[in-house]
Structures are given as C-alpha cells and as structure tokens.
Write a protein that binds this ligand. Structure first.
Ligand SMILES: Cc1ncc(COP(=O)(O)O)c(C=O)c1O
Length: 397
C-alpha cells in the first residue's frame, strides 16, 4: 500500500502533511520515494543540526545498538553520565535529568520549580509564562504555552499559570509575586514566529526571579545545541538561568530531552520524585555525546555565526527586492524568520515543488532552520529558489 494511503488509513490525523515521503537523507539533502532531491532548510524542525545521518552519530548509535540499548535507570549508565558531564562542562549547569522530548523536559522543569517553591511555602507554586510562547503539547506544557489554540477544548489547564507579554518587563511585574515558583521563557520564541528576546528583558527577568526567590527557566528546546550560533542561546545574552530545558537537536534525530539545573534548583529532585523509563538510555545519550562533541569543536560555532550572517544578509536583499511581500527578517544565527505580508503556507508548498524545504510558523513567518553544517553554496541555492518563488508570487498577486 502506498505510504500516503496507508498513513491516512492507519495513522491518527493529528498533522496536516505535505504530500512528500522521504526515504533517504545525507547532510543538508533529503531524497523522496521518486528519487527527487530536496535542500533541507528546516532540519526536521531544528533537530538534525549536524545534518542527516551524520557519520559520527550514525556510527555511534549503530555500534551501541549492537552492544546494549536499554537497562533502565535502576542502574548506572555510562554514556548518560558522560553526556551529563559534557552538558554541564559546556554550560552553567551542575546536574542534568534526562527524558525523551521537549514537552517532557518542560514538564520536568515545571515539577522542579513547583517542588522548589512548595518546599519554601505551600502556596508558592505559580509559574509565570509568556504570550505567544510555545512549550509543548502535554497538559502542563500547553498550560504554560501562551497561544490559546493549543489548549482549546482540552479541559481545565494547570492552576497557577500567569501570562505576561514577551519583551515587556512591566507586564511581568504585574503578575509575579512571592508565590511565583518559576518564570519560563524561550530566549528566542520559535513557534511564536522567531522573535528574539532583548538583552534587557532577559536580564530583567533574572533580577525579578532573584527578587522573588523564583527559578528562572530558559526553554532552549529549539534554540539550544548551536542553533543560534552559541551552544546555548543564553550565552548570547550573558544571562544565566537556574534551569534550562533541551531536546530536539540534542540527539540529532534520536529522541532525547534534558532538564539542566544549577544551585538550589539542582538539588530539588531527589530519588523517587521524578523519573522516566527511557530517559537517558544508552542509545540516545550516545547520540547526544557525538552531537555535543561535534558542535563544541573549535571553529564550528564561528562558522554557524558566519553562515547565519550570510543567510540573513541574503534574506535582507530579498526584502529590498520584494518590499510588498517581506516585512522583516529576524532571528539569531541559523534560526531565522522572514516575516511576510501574506500567509506563507502556499510559499512552503511552492518551495517544496522546487526542491526546497522551509517552514511556515505563526501564519506569516517563513522559518529557516537549516542544518548547522550548511555551506555558502547551499544557502545561495535556497535564496535563489525563494527569489524565483517571490518573483512569480508578486506577478500573480
Ligand atoms: C521551545 C519549544 N519547547 C518545547 C517544544 C516541544 O518539544 P517536543 O515536540 O519535543 O515535545 C518545542 C517544539 O517545537 C519548542 O519549540
């Protein structure tokens, strides 16, 4: 049975899929069932940061799959300990909890913050989150997601979540208080349309969290692992959180999530308080080790910054050429958004027809999240393809 038909018949229809099914990937390129080649400027939504089937990652997981895949967290797991060490030595972190996805990492961070708060006072369990944010699809993570469409029709959300405006400290002052246990924020809002936080905003949140003895949590599920040109986006800002959540690119495609914490936050979760059967197993952490090693290699992140700058400049040229179509180009490193004056889902389909994979988020933001290994030549191909689409689009509209 053909993939599309089989999928429609047996897979729950939770996604609106594009009519393509890939069978092979290498570096920045994907190949469909008919052998057509696509330039991937999305990386499986910020996951395959090292490109598809990176030899080091593939080799490590193949070797690990032949040796030992899973034993449970009732026992010590060497690659888990090593990945935790690598994360801590390359960040503010002192301790790591492993899970399997971004939503689950945020779920863990909320539990951590609530436990931290309620040990101080029983009513200190409130979480401050931001409008336009996205933190995942579990009940707790949609409860802290500041876009109503994700929680509509799913019954009561988590109690004690207060929303403030992103990049607006005065709105935070209105909802924060002694009962605040945690403040959670994306350094660059991803699903919300690639909106970077300002330095003043994040340092202001640091000050507010300290003032109210609350944990500052950075959701780096999308921005982490080199995406913005630093290993973690907070490193651009010089503002350290108490807790950081990771997932997506940490396994370059192998499911893994992590909660990273320091100070008091690192001591809250004690035996029995939180757990995950699969969390940090041999396979996913072997992948994670290779990912962190590659991205922290000398020069890697400098190159991400350089290619990111080039891509942004090229996109700004497009903005100059198509002022009626493009309103703004924004983002950090290789996490870029082209804010359009039109809905961009159609542009995504047109790009796909021309062998280019891009994404549309927040309705009118064309989002580019290419593999971090992308070269100048591939960037030029992507921009040229977009130029062709915009030319036609402008002519037809
Ligand atoms: C910032 C952020 N947090 C959390 C999530 C949820 O991650 P997952 O889909 O792995 O649960 C996402 C996914 O897009 C995200 O962008």
């Amino acid at each position: 049975m053909e993939t599309f038909k089989k999928s429609e018949e047996f897979v729950m229809r939770t996604y609106n899929r594009y009519p393509v099914s890939f069978v092979k990937g290498q570096g920045c390129w994907l190949y469909d069932e008919k052998g057509k080649k696509y330039l991937d400027m999305l990386s499986g939504i910020a996951v395959c940061n090292l490109g598809h089937c990176h030899p080091k990652v593939s080799e490590a997981i193949c070797e690990q799959a032949r040796t030992l895949i899973h034993t449970s967290n009732l026992f010590y797991i060497e690659p888990q300990a090593e990945l935790a060490r690598l994360i801590c030595e390359n960040s503010f972190g002192e301790k790591v909890f492993f899970c399997n996805s971004g939503a689950e990492a945020n779920e863990g961070a909320i539990k951590l913050a609530r436990r931290y708060g309620t040990e101080i006072s029983p009513k200190k369990y409130e979480i401050v989150a931001f409008r336009n944010s996205f933190h995942g699809r579990t009940i707790a993570s949609v409860s802290i997601t500041g876009q109503g469409k994700y929680s509509e029709g799913f019954g009561p959300m988590l109690e004690g979540v207060k929303f403030a405006e992103f990049n607006d400290l005065s709105s935070v002052e209105e909802v924060v208080g002694p009962n605040t246990a945690g403040i959670i924020v994306e350094p660059v809002q991803g699903e919300g349309g690639v909106v970077p936080a300002t330095r003043e905003f994040l340092s202001g949140l640091r000050e507010i969290a300290d003032r109210f003895n609350a944990l500052l949590i950075f959701d780096e599920v999308q921005t982490g692992i080199g995406r913005t040109g630093e290993l973690f986006a907070y490193q651009h800002y010089g503002v350290e959180p108490d807790v950081m959540t990771l997932a997506k690119a940490l396994g370059n495609g192998v499911p893994i999530g992590a909660v990273v914490a320091k100070g008091k936050g690192a001591q809250v979760l004690k035996p029995g308080l939180h757990a995950s059967t699969f969390g940090g197993n041999f396979l996913s952490t072997r992948a994670g080790i290779e990912v962190i090693k590659e991205i922290t290699k000398e020069g890697f992140l400098d190159r991400v910054k350089e290619v990111g700058r080039f891509l942004k400049e090229e996109l700004l040229k497009l903005k100059g050429e198509f002022p009626s179509l493009i309103r703004e180009v924004r983002g950090l490193g290789l996490m870029l958004g082209v804010v359009m004056n039109v809905e961009c889902r159609e542009i995504v389909s047109l790009a796909l027809e021309r062998g280019l994979i891009v994404n549309c988020t927040a309705g009118k933001v064309l989002r580019l999240l290419p593999p971090l290994i992308i070269g100048f030549e591939e960037v030029s191909i992507a921009v040229e393809t977009l130029r062709g689409i915009f030319k036609n689009y402008e002519r037809c509209s």
